[in-house]
Design a binder for this molecule. Structure first.
Ligand SMILES: *Cc1c(COP(=O)(O)O)cnc(C)c1O
Length: 401
């Protein structure tokens, strides 16, 4: 069953979501970016260069690994892992950063900026800046800098300037505002590398298209290795880029169920979570687009909570908002406890330390697998490796690191 799907529309709308909500000075810059991206995606030399980087620098294609021992333990469906954790820098984020860096190069911009919360996108951006010889500035809340000191040092080793942001809650949303402010001021020579399928049009579309390499590889690898496509594809959703990357090529395949997993934190009912879709948050504007957004009665963005820093984002990419409303993707949420349990289980049964973000997707697969027949295939996007999370896990387990 293959059905046509072609969103966003020309103005960047996914139904009532997405669009462009930015200062007027940025409108021409976004148009310039859209035109450059449209030209590059149809240019064989650009596409060839992107593929070359993915193969030789990132290490793609990433394999699909059949987690046999884990599947056996669960006693139901087979669990397959798309190993984005094996990429250079340890997650899917590098796919998109390479794409945007190549675009920056084509557009003649020699300075790149980014904002980061957990530091993972900052590290991926600093990495490509070093690789292509760009000047790099990363905005980060001082609260986050303290929590993610190792990533701050990594960025510095890679030659990036990390600018501490002292305003507001000193976290991601404040860093976002500063990055936007920098871009408004320096738009002529600066490329703003956004790390997920959020931001104003064309970013959600562009980041998705760079990340779809994940799903396109799966289509081929599933046929080659398993003789058919999976029954379900499961991915965690922070901003939603690894999920869009693996879901997108499957959207027209209506017999493949798509499951997005948000962070339920301490539980949806406690309010301490990062699950705008599952908790049915109202729509609002954040980061230049309209989407489901965690906010209080006055429309103020509220603090989120998750054990995994990469899922700790109050909004979600606008395409996910649309995919939820349309019913094509089902969204669920997994608690800190459940994700931690999945983390330990994968370590012990398969010798793989997953990122805590990815452990959310895995936890959902572990929840549903036992009730399914042994010939069912669950494809889980293992978005990243867990080395960065060892301190968090040790702390939660009461172990001295
Ligand atoms: C950043 C990150 C995520 C969340 O970002 P998405 O845009 O939702 O993919 C998930 N997993 C890992 C390993 C990450 O670093």
């Amino acid at each position: 069953m293959v059905k046509k799907y072609s969103l966003p529309d020309a103005q960047g709308h996914f139904g009532p979501y997405g669009g462009i909500f930015v200062a007027e000075t940025l409108v021409p810059a976004l148009e310039e970016l859209r035109v450059a991206f449209e030209a590059c995606r149809q240019d064989a030399s650009f596409v060839g260069e992107f593929e070359h980087e993915l193969r030789h620098y990132v290490g793609r294609p990433s394999p699909i690994y059949h987690a046999r021992r884990l599947s056996e333990k669960l006693g139901g469906a087979q669990i397959l892992l798309k190993r984005e954790d094996l990429n250079h820098t340890g997650s899917h984020k590098i796919n998109n950063c390479i794409g945007q860096a190549l675009l920056a190069k084509r557009m003649g911009k020699l300075r790149v900026i980014a904002e980061t919360g957990a530091g993972q996108h900052g590290v991926a951006t600093a990495t490509v800046a070093a690789r292509f010889g760009f000047k790099c500035v990363v905005y980060m809340g001082t609260e986050d800098m303290e929590r993610q000191a190792a990533n701050v040092y990594r960025m510095k080793l890679l030659g990036a300037a990390v600018v501490p942001v002292e305003s507001g809650s000193k976290t991601l949303k404040d860093a976002l505002n500063e990055a936007m402010r920098d871009w408004v001021t320096n738009v002529s020579d600066t490329f703003y590398i956004i790390g997920t399928v959020a931001g104003p049009h064309p970013y959600p579309m562009m980041v998705r298209d760079f990340q779809t390499v994940i799903g396109r590889e799966c289509l081929t690898q599933m046929t080659e290795g398993f003789g058919r496509q999976p029954d379900r594809v499961i991915a965690c959703v922070g901003g939603g880029s690894n999920a869009m990357g693996i879901f997108y090529p499957y959207i027209p395949h209506e017999d493949v169920r798509l499951v997005g997993v948000e962070a339920a934190g301490e539980g949806i009912r406690t309010g301490r979570h990062a699950a705008p879709l599952t908790s049915n948050a109202r729509a609002g504007v954040l980061h230049g687009n309209r989407t489901y957004l965690m906010q209080d009665g006055n429309g103020q963005v509220i603090e989120t909570h998750s054990i995994s820093a990469g899922l700790d984002y109050p909004g979600v990419g606008p395409e996910h908002a649309w995919l939820k409303d349309s019913g094509r993707v089902e969204y669920v949420a997994v608690t800190d406890e459940e994700a931690l349990d999945a983390f330990h289980t994968l370590c012990r049964f398969e010798g793989i330390l997953p990122a805590l973000e990815s452990a959310h997707a895995l936890a959902q697969a572990m929840k549903i697998a036992p009730a399914l027949a042994c010939d069912k295939l669950l494809l889980v996007c293992l978005s990243g490796r867990g080395d960065k999370d060892m301190h968090t896990v040790a702390e939660r387990s009461g172990i001295q690191f």
